[in-house]
Design a protein around this ligand. Sequence first.
Ligand code: SF4
Length: 150
Amino acid sequence: MNVLISMCLLGVNCRYNGVPKEDTMVKELLHREDITLISVCPEQLGGLPTPRTPSERKGETVVSSDGEDRTAAFTQGAEESLRIAKLYGCEVAILKERSPSCGNKEIYDGSFTKTVVTGEGVTAELLRRNGVKVFGESELAEFFEYVRRR
Ligand code: SF4
């Protein structure tokens, strides 16, 4: 089974601040014969550099901490991630929590005050709307249960 995965969870240096955020439990999935991880970084796929100033969703837009409108780059990254999910037949994804691209349940509120609200990142939302079941990295038990029941 192919599973779409946020590249930064594997320790790839693609985060906005250039600091890796490897998740050892997620990385263990690399050793399973029944799972193939297909890694994407939507923000890089949208043409943004690493490192980059941080971004947050603000309503239907995405803005950087220095006031730049990044909605187009985030939308492009989401569309390219969906293209890759479809190419590889990924019906499930494990994405980085609270990211403005990858967050599946919570995101920062657009005020850059570390305030978390209920919501999805741009890519997580597009994937969900196209039938991909999205889990965060702390939801591996739920992921395995979902996969077992399919
Ligand atoms: S866009 Fe997603 S994969 Fe890329 S650094 Fe942010 S959380 Fe990780």
